[in-house]
Write a protein that binds this ligand. Sequence first.
Ligand SMILES: [Zn+2]
Length: 79
Amino acid sequence: MDEMICYNCGNESFENDFINKVFNINGKVYSVENIPALICTHCQEPLLLPETAEKIRVLLNSNTKPIRKITAKVYDYAV
Ligand SMILES: [Zn+2]
C-alpha cells in the first residue's frame, strides 16, 4: 500500500478495516455496510481506495436489492 496520504492530516500509515458509510446522492440516501477502508492511524479518518469508491458507485447505480431498508430522521442544526 503505497502513495496513500490521509487528506485530513497528511499521515501515510493506515490500518485495514471495514466501515459503514452513508452516501447522499441527488437527494437519495444510501447506507453501505462493511466497506473495506484504510483507517488513518493518526486521525482515524477512513479512506476509500478509488476502486472501492467506484465499486460503490456501480453498486448504488445497479438494481441490486438492498439487504434491508431503514428510516432516517433529518434535522436542521439551526432549528
Ligand atoms: Zn489522518
